[in-house]
Design a protein around this ligand. Structure first.
Ligand SMILES: NC(=O)c1ccc[n+]([C@@H]2O[C@H](COP(=O)([O-])OP(=O)(O)OC[C@H]3O[C@@H](n4cnc5c(N)ncnc54)[C@H](O)[C@@H]3O)[C@@H](O)[C@H]2O)c1
Length: 397
């Protein structure tokens, strides 16, 4: 098979997609505006944990994959997948500018019959009302002349059990022909592909999945605050409740959620909900609780030490979740800033992140007034702290 595929955005979503489709036999070009990233990829240096250097080397040397910063898309390309960031802007609200820019660049090279698939997380209606008009305008074609689909990504970086291959994938098309072609594409390297009735169903399903997580994590964090007050460990409560074989799903406490999905995607849903006069109070409250968690732990630390001024505090684990080096939207940043604002002298340890925000990880050791376990990586040996008291953000005792 020599069908040509272009994947726009070579990050956590786009790179694994590009490599999986190359391994399935497609001839893949990965486009990314970040020159350094592209140069590393072409030297077979992976930039995400889920793709190994060896895999990159293998698909590159067999001529199935190449990265580039150029948007000059080969006119014989069959499928273009867009996997660019859809972040929150400075006002903490959805910002589609990157997606619009990438769609404009794709539109300029769009030819009749090509299939464009959006994988970025977006609000219901975005594919139909934002992406398709841009493609029409830039290409001079009308929507019947090309195919458009939406397929949300569910990748969970470093999850060894559920990979791109065995995580079911949703697809929806602007037309049924687009849905059929998108399903045919993904089915070459994904075990189960489910077609949704409309673009809006697939777009909203993705937002539901991550809003469900944010709401429940925030709820468990509230419960953890309650358990702390009455002197029990919330993890014991969760363990006990988890013996119920139906109707319960465990979520665990933390200093808040991070990454580019769970703290972000629900706000896409909340904005869309407000716009049609059906506001999601659950999401808005969950966001507020989530953003308040670092301050809550600054308060707990202050209580433990009788004030934080000039106290030496070691924060352990700064990435947004255990066992990854990813610091995007990490709530630990707000924790560290809050501690510093209260006068503490803060150091941090994270051997996976190593350097961040112009600072470097320090060794785990004694000599601190308090250690705060923020992100519990598996490699950590907390016995090195000796008698330093530990505030565990993953529990309530
Ligand atoms: N990371 C996840 O686990 C995850 C999971 C599901 C869905 N998503 C969604 O997928 C989308 C992409 O997220 P990600 O985590 O892969 O982001 P990322 O930041 O890891 O990667 C995006 C890449 O796009 C590049 N880029 C930015 N603008 C570009 C442009 N105009 N043209 C070409 N490349 C451009 C960036 O340089 C970057 O390398 C987002 O909408 C996100 O919400 C992410």
């Amino acid at each position: 098979m020599n069908s040509k595929v272009v994947v726009i955005g070579q990050g956590y979503v786009g790179l694994p997609l590009a490599i999986s489709s190359a391994q399935a036999g497609f001839k893949v070009i990965g486009i990314d505006l970040n020159e350094e990233k592209v140069s590393r990829l072409n030297k077979h240096q992976s930039i995400v944990e889920d793709v190994s250097d060896a895999e990159l080397k293998s698909v590159s040397e067999s001529g199935k994959y190449q990265a580039t910063t150029s948007y000059s898309i080969d006119p014989t390309t069959e499928i273009i997948c867009i996997c660019v960031p859809t972040p929150l802007g400075s006002n903490h609200q959805p910002d589609l500018e990157i997606l619009k820019a990438a769609t404009q660049d794709v539109g300029k090279s769009l030819k009749a019959g090509m299939l464009v698939i959006i994988e970025s997380t977006i609000q219901p209606g975005t594919t139909r009302d934002v992406v398709v008009p841009i493609l029409e305008k830039e290409s001079g074609l009308i929507r019947d002349q090309f195919l458009v689909a939406y397929s949300p990504e569910r990748i969970d970086p470093m999850n060894k059990k559920f990979t791109i291959k065995n995580t079911p994938k949703l697809v929806a098309g602007l037309t049924s022909g687009a849905a059929v072609k998108a399903k045919e594409f993904y089915s070459k390297f994904i075990d189960q592909v489910d077609v949704c009735d409309s673009l809006e169903v697939a777009e909203t399903a993705k937002l539901l999945e991550n809003s469900f997580r944010l709401v429940n994590i925030s709820f468990i964090n509230e419960l953890a605050m309650f358990c702390q007050k009455i002197g029990i460990d919330v993890n014991d409560v969760i363990k006990a409740a988890s013996t119920k074989p139906y109707g319960f799903m465990p979520f665990y406490p933390s200093v808040g959620v991070g990454g580019h999905c769970i703290p972000v995607d629900p706000l896409y849903l909340a904005q869309a909900a407000r716009a049609v006069g059906a506001p999601s109070r659950f999401i808005e409250l969950a966001d507020e609780i989530n953003l308040g968690m670092p301050t809550y732990f600054v308060g707990r630390a202050s209580e433990m030490l009788g004030g934080l001024r000039d106290k030496k505090v070691l924060v352990i684990g700064v990435s947004y979740k255990p066992n990854v080096a990813d610091v995007r939207e990490t709530p630990v940043e707000a924790l560290i800033n809050g501690l510093k604002k209260s006068g503490a002298v803060v150091s941090w340890h994270d051997d996976l992140v190593k350097s961040w925000n112009g600072e470097s990880s320090v060794a785990l050791g004694s000599g601190y007034d308090l250690a705060i376990l923020a992100t519990p990586h598996n490699y950590l040996d907390l016995s090195l702290l000796e008698s330093v008291p530990v505030l565990n953000t993953r529990g309530s005792k």
